[in-house]
Ligand binder design. Structure first.
Ligand SMILES: [Zn+2]
Length: 83
């Protein structure tokens, strides 16, 4: 089963799990989450390159957070689904 990574859209209103990003196994046929299962705040699915080690993943999260506004603009389809 593929492992998907989700991250808080509004980190200041989110729990620690989604603020940092969490992984969840989902079937391809399952709809993607739009809310954190822990705190119910909106989350966005992070497209993750395969084969990253854990520490590289961590860096990836930080880099993505820094460029979050760019991501929102580029990944418009995903962003719109959250509303
Ligand atoms: Zn949460």
């Amino acid at each position: 089963m593929p492992l998907y990574v989700y991250e808080a859209m509004e980190p200041e209103r989110s729990c620690e799990k989604c603020r940092r990003g969490f992984e969840i196994p989902q079937k391809l046929s399952e709809p993607k989450l739009d809310h954190c299962p822990y705190c119910k705040s909106p989350v966005i699915r992070v497209i993750q390159a395969p084969g990253l080690t854990h520490s590289q993943t961590d860096l990836h999260y930080r880099a993505k957070r820094a460029g979050f506004h760019t991501l929102k603009k580029v990944d418009n389809g995903t962003f719109e689904k959250l509303y």
